[in-house]
Unconditional design. Structure first.
Lengths: 768, 290, 157
């Protein structure tokens, strides 16, 4: 650490968690408004069908039902779940508005076609059963390979062969050299095909919305949305009103993981509220979440890498087949990111790739934590191991040889501001005992052990792809405490604490001096939202800027009191002092009081407000090390040790960073070993539609021991040197485990998840 | 929200006689409810839609547990947790202890009844396999009737038992294993809290290094629990009970079933794991018998 | 079905209310008694988010009929702190970073309380076993186990 910080770097507790520990915290499903109705949605039981007729008369006649709506009752404005066609830049061409609030045709089992608002849940539920729908069943396609065949019935009329988008080439900054020539020049070439599966977000708070239209026709939408300001804009378009007529409020949120980037049932809820002119609460069941909400975008990858005999990566090609759903969701972006994050990770003179996005009659897909990076890393981090094996080199060494250095081009096309990926690899390898454990001669006995690694680089925000704009306001009270007004609600990522630490550090006061006022679009400056691991880096940047402004006001006022010029002053421990003679000081509280209760004609509420755009993007990097034990009778895989080494710049709060990493391990272990979304091919229905069928790790399924290493070296651009960590925490967990399994038993599982059944089958195949 | 339950009428009889009469009166749309841990989710998902529920909570005597030299007997409202506690100290029934212990959810164990689990009649019930291996019997009461049914004869198919519309299980009787006997239970799961992919319960009695009695019970590999009869025969006929005999029995057991592929596992893996688990369970039971 | 009058003892207080037999305990707690600290998540007894204590034992309130909770003493997360004094478990969860989104937290804390009431000296394995029926998607459980172990130490003092 270069600097001595007072607030940044401390393991402080979060101000918003006390309410969660007592049950006071209200999440959207907990909210109540007087006269509130309960909404419920009718979902399609068929994967692909035209709706010939919907008769809602019986449902409407049921006492207690106040509205029943269908496609006909809602504005005919198609939207994209990813609603980024606002002033976003280069990714704009990847958006297609292909959904309606309630759809006129059904494109997956679970598609939303009608909705009811009634006095209570029971009545709403009964009303759904009374809606009569006549369907014209159409052929349906579950797998992208079948959906894209010539002669298939289009799921969307404008996408022949169900291929809405093809990117024939990687983005220009990654379509470099000559890939064919590169492979010809390579000494070692490896190629393999992989499947990265459809992981469910599985946040415990199911999707919920409470919508209210007031006497002025203004809409308040309570929702767990991760992007409230953008969402508000999309809602305004959908409902043909103006942005100023909508307030999006995000209460406490029970987990998002990127799923809540998309609007889900909010437009339906608002439509019901507009129809009834009463507040309507619409809460999904877990089954609805599993079948209706975006999931991680599954992909098929064919990855080819060519190496020189010294281990240098010389040619690299990625072919991605992105398995979208009945609507695009965020599939197109997720697919594009697999190319950029894949090809952009290692230094290589000859790179290119292709992405084909395919519509299928399944649940739409989106941007789950990592947004394409865990998917492509699943594949690429195994291929590099395959290359290392053929080269006769240690996989850690091959990675060290090819990872990028500061100043080289990042995955997003910018100059890398800082990277300690090498430290992550070196320290992680040391922690797992790599030298002693990797590549040991073939073991005998009931249990085989192995170690594996993976590494990655990600992003802190999405500049230059997206407009990285956030804002913050700091307003002091007369006692020296302050309101910190930002947009992100309390999504559970400990962002409030980090922002308070940043503000406190800049201002020379304490994190507990801040009262966070957040969670409404009305009460916050524009903020792009919580995604792409940007909150600390960009919103934190805005907070630091606002703090600087407030500080300059404190110093300006104190300068008059202390009769010096402002640049002779600084603030520490809530005291504004003269740098050259610190015993001359005045408290922050006194200055603030004097600003508010000022009888000399100099009234002022000390404050700072900043709009901040991040025109940089410092990639966080990380390395992941797994030690596994494979039972050679049952083929079960146990993760004994897991090391998650993160270069997230300065850790604003190391305890929070550890929490992200430990949680990332849970999601990564689930992705790797136990989470297996299964679709019944005969009906198109998800067989895994709740936690009985879809298994994510519990306490007893986690690795026996986990270790988080925080490199903690500051980045030149992030606030106090911070970079993102939310997504990086999980990106390389699954391939590290796959590589460890290979080290242990000599078979490589290419399709997620790695199950005992697959290991059994692979070993049987191998022994033939 | 979770989906609201559909309406029903709720009864809390205070005698078994009352309960059985209610069941008879309101068949076929009546169900018995114990804690509801299994019943309520199934009602919520509309898999079943009873219009009447008969609670067993107020009937005295159904939580009694008796354990003596003859048998372990427990009432049908006995929770999994109370049994687990008892069996942890009394090491005579490790198969049953293991079947309950591996059920990971504390909440489920505290409130759910073992008999409730049996009545659901799922192919993968761990309790069923363990109890069948121990030769357990079920005491069943109907209106003015009482009978005892060995658990091996209790199941007819998925979700189907021999219970008549007016009948309820009142007690489970587990004969005390003799000296020179051992029993064990094993299963395989995707995660610790899960429905078994395969489960196996075994018990055996040895005499002079030979297998005098044996039960090998396989679960989750057929619509109901299966006694691996041919494997048992092989063991009984074997000249001595040893590693080789165990391996042969395990291989035979695997050939006696044709499991399916579903979202939890594949047919090939299940078949192979029958062999593995039978072998491991027999070895464990053997070490306990010595 | 017609409503029935029941008396439920929740957090030390008797509530005299009318409910339909088909109402589950969690619905009554949240909708009738406005105790929204107990959460509904999976609705099928797999996640533990709906955990309350019933006569001191953790129980899945989404799988329990409210009518069957009569005569039992029920404790929800709201009933743990005494006059603003947080229970050591609550304090420990806060201090150890064991709470992220917080949706699993009420269930985790109550199940942990039942564990510590019965076993004041648990090992980390004991804690993990006790919490096996409580799912969390945010924390990876590591700091939750740390928090329970620390609370156990604190309670012993």
């Amino acid at each position: 650490m270069n600097e001595e910080f007072s607030s940044v770097g401390k393991r402080i507790t979060q101000v918003d968690v006390a309410a969660k520990a007592t049950g006071e915290a209200r999440y959207t499903p907990d909210l109540k408004l007087p006269g509130m109705l309960i909404g419920k949605v009718l979902h399609s039981p068929y994967p692909h069908a035209n709706i010939k007729k919907i008769d809602t008369s019986k449902a409407l006649a049921l006492p207690g039902v106040e509205a029943v709506i269908t496609f006909d009752d809602t504005p005919k404005k198609a939207y994209a779940r990813s609603y980024r066609d606002s002033p976003m830049n280069s990714s704009g061409h990847l958006q297609h508005s292909d959904e309606y609030i309630l759809n006129e045709k059904v494109r997956y089992v679970g598609d939303h076609i009608a909705a009811v608002a009634a006095v209570d849940e029971k009545t709403a539920d009964l009303a759904l059963d009374l809606i009569e729908v006549e369907y014209e069943i159409l052929p349906y396609y579950i797998d992208p390979q079948e959906a894209m065949q010539p002669g298939t019935v289009p799921i969307h009329d404008w996408a022949p062969n169900n291929i809405p988008i093809v990117m024939d080439s990687a983005p220009p900054y990654l379509a470099q050299g000559d890939v064919e020539k590169g492979f010809a020049e390579s000494d070692v070439v490896v190629e393999e095909t992989f499947f990265a599966s459809k992981q469910v977000g599985a946040h415990l708070e199911t999707q919920a919305c409470l919508a209210n239209v007031d006497a002025n026709g203004r809409i308040t939408c309570y929702s767990p949305s991760q992007l409230p300001h953008l969402f508000r804009r999309e809602l305004a378009k959908m409902f043909r009103t103006t942005v100023g007529m909508i307030n999006v409020v995000t209460p406490f949120v029970g987990g998002s993981f990127g799923i809540r980037l998309s609007c889900q049932n909010e437009p339906i809820c608002i439509a019901l509220a507009l129809k009834t002119r009463k507040p309507v609460k619409l809460v999904y069941t877990m089954e609805e979440d599993f079948t209706e909400l975006d999931t991680r975008t599954p992909d098929y990858f064919t990855i080819k890498m060519g190496f020189k005999k010294d281990g240098t990566l010389h040619a690299y090609h990625i072919d991605t087949l992105t398995w979208s759903g009945g609507y695009l969701g965020r599939a197109q972006l997720a697919g594009g990111i697999t190319l950029a994050w894949g090809l952009g990770h290692y230094r290589c003179p000859n790179t290119n790739g292709k992405v084909t996005i395919v519509y299928t009659n399944t649940t739409p897909t989106g941007a789950m934590r990592g947004f394409g990076n865990p998917e492509v890393s699943w594949a690429a981090e195994q291929v590099i191991d395959m290359g290392a094996e053929k080269l006769g080199m240690d996989p850690v060494e091959v990675r060290l040889k090819n990872i990028k250095k500061p100043g080289e081009m990042s995955n997003i096309g910018l100059s890398i501001e800082s990277t300690w990926e090498d430290e992550c690899l070196i320290q992680g390898a040391e922690a797992i005992g790599w030298k002693e454990k990797f590549g040991k001669p073939k073991q005998e006995g009931k249990v085989r052990r192995g170690v594996g690694c993976a590494c990655m680089h990600h992003c802190s925000g999405a500049h230059p792809l997206l407009l990285e704009h956030s804002g913050a306001i700091i307003k002091f009270n007369e006692d020296g405490s302050a309101s910190l007004m930002v947009n992100p609600g309390s999504p559970g990522t400990h962002i409030w604490g980090a922002l308070a630490q940043i503000a406190a550090e800049e201002l020379g006061i304490y994190p507990e001096d801040f009262n966070i006022v957040a969670g409404t679009t009305d009460g916050s400056l524009f903020d792009l939202g919580s995604h792409a691991s940007r909150s600390t880096y960009v919103t934190g940047g805005a907070v630091r800027q606002a703090a600087r402004q407030a500080k300059s006001r404190l110093l300006a006022r104190a300068a008059k009191t202390l009769e010096v010029s402002p640049d002779e002053l600084d603030i520490k421990d809530r005291q504004i002092f003269v740098k050259s003679s610190p015993e001359r000081k005045v408290s922050v509280a006194d200055i603030c009081f004097n600003g508010i209760f000022n009888f000399e004609g100099d009234c002022e509420t000390v404050m700072g407000a900043a709009s901040f755009e991040s025109r940089w993007n410092s990639p966080p990097t990380a390395a992941f090390f797994a030690e596994v034990e494979v039972d050679m009778e049952t083929y079960e895989v146990k993760v004994i040790n897991f090391v998650n080494a993160q270069d997230c710049g300065t850790a604003i709060n190391p305890m929070s960073v550890e929490g992200q990493c430990e949680g990332g391990i849970q999601q990564g272990v689930g992705y790797a070993l136990t989470e297996d979304y299964s679709i019944n091919r005969d009906t198109g229905k998800a067989e895994t539609d709740n936690f009985t069928t879809y298994k994510m790790p519990g306490t007893l399924d986690m690795p026996k021991s986990t270790e988080v290493i925080i490199i903690n070296k500051p980045d030149p651009k992030g606030p106090f040197g911070a970079k993102g960590v939310g997504e990086p925490a999980m990106v390389g967990v699954a391939p590290a485990i796959a590589n460890a399994v290979y080290d242990a038993v000599g078979v490589r599982i290419t399709d997620l998840p790695i199950t005992p059944e697959k290991i059994f089958a692979a070993l049987k195949m191998k022994s033939r | 929200m979770a989906r609201p339950l559909k309406s029903f009428e709720y009864f809390e009889p205070s005698t078994i006689d009352e309960a059985t009469r209610l069941l008879s009166t309101y068949q076929p749309t009546v169900k018995v409810i114990a804690a509801g841990v299994d019943l309520i989710p199934r009602m919520r998902s509309r898999k079943i839609q009873p219009q009447y529920l008969v609670s067993m909570m107020n009937i005295p005597g159904l939580t009694n547990i008796e354990n003596d030299e003859e048998s372990l007997r427990f009432g049908s409202m006995t929770t999994l947790m109370s049994l687990e506690r008892l069996l942890k100290d009394d090491k005579t029934y490790p198969a049953l202890y293991e079947a309950i212990h591996q059920l990971s959810s504390t909440q489920v164990k505290n409130t759910a009844t073992l008999v409730g689990n049996l009545c659901v009649a799922t192919p993968a019930s761990d309790m069923s396999s363990a109890l069948c291996a121990l030769g357990a019997k079920l005491k069943i009461s109907g209106i003015s009737t009482e009978r005892t049914v060995p658990i091996k004869d209790f199941y007819l198919g998925v979700g189907q038992t021999v219970l008549q519309p007016d009948e309820i299980i009142t007690e489970v009787i587990v004969p005390r294993p003799s000296a020179n006997s051992g029993n064990a239970f094993l299963n395989l799961l995707r995660v610790k809290c899960d429905v078994a992919k395969v489960n196996v319960g075994v018990s055996l009695v040895l005499a002079n290094d030979r297998c005098k009695e044996v039960r090998i019970v396989l679960g989750a590999v057929a619509p109901i629990i299966v006694r691996a009869k041919q494997a048992e025969e092989k063991l009984l006929k074997a000249n001595s009970f040893d590693k080789k005999a165990i391996e042969e029995a395990a291989q035979t057991a695997a050939m006696e079933v044709t499991p399916i592929t579903d979202l939890r596992s594949t047919a090939e893996y299940r078949k192979e794991m029958v062999k593995v688990l039978v072998k491991q369970a027999l070895e464990k039971a053997w070490s306990r018998a010595k | 079905m017609a409503e029935q009058r029941v008396i439920l003892n929740v957090n030390g207080r008797n509530y005299d209310i009318s409910i339909e037999p088909e109402m589950t305990l969690v619905e009554v707690l949240r909708d009738k008694l406005d105790l929204t600290g107990t959460k509904i998540s999976c609705g099928e007894g797999e996640c533990g988010a709906c955990t309350v204590l019933m006569d001191g034992k953790p129980c899945l309130s989404c799988c329990t009929l409210a009518i069957q909770a009569q005569g039992k003493s029920i404790v929800t997360i709201e009933g743990l702190a005494e006059k603003g004094q947080l229970h050591p478990l609550q304090k420990s969860f806060i201090d150890h970073g064991a709470i992220q989104c917080g949706y699993c937290t009420p269930g985790m804390i109550l199940t942990s309380k039942a564990l510590l009431d019965e076993n004041p000296n648990p090992t980390p394995e004991d804690v993990k076993t006790a919490l096996a029926g409580n799912l969390c998607r945010c924390t990876g459980y590591v700091k939750i186990v740390d928090a329970v172990m620390a609370a156990a130490d604190e309670i012993k003092k």
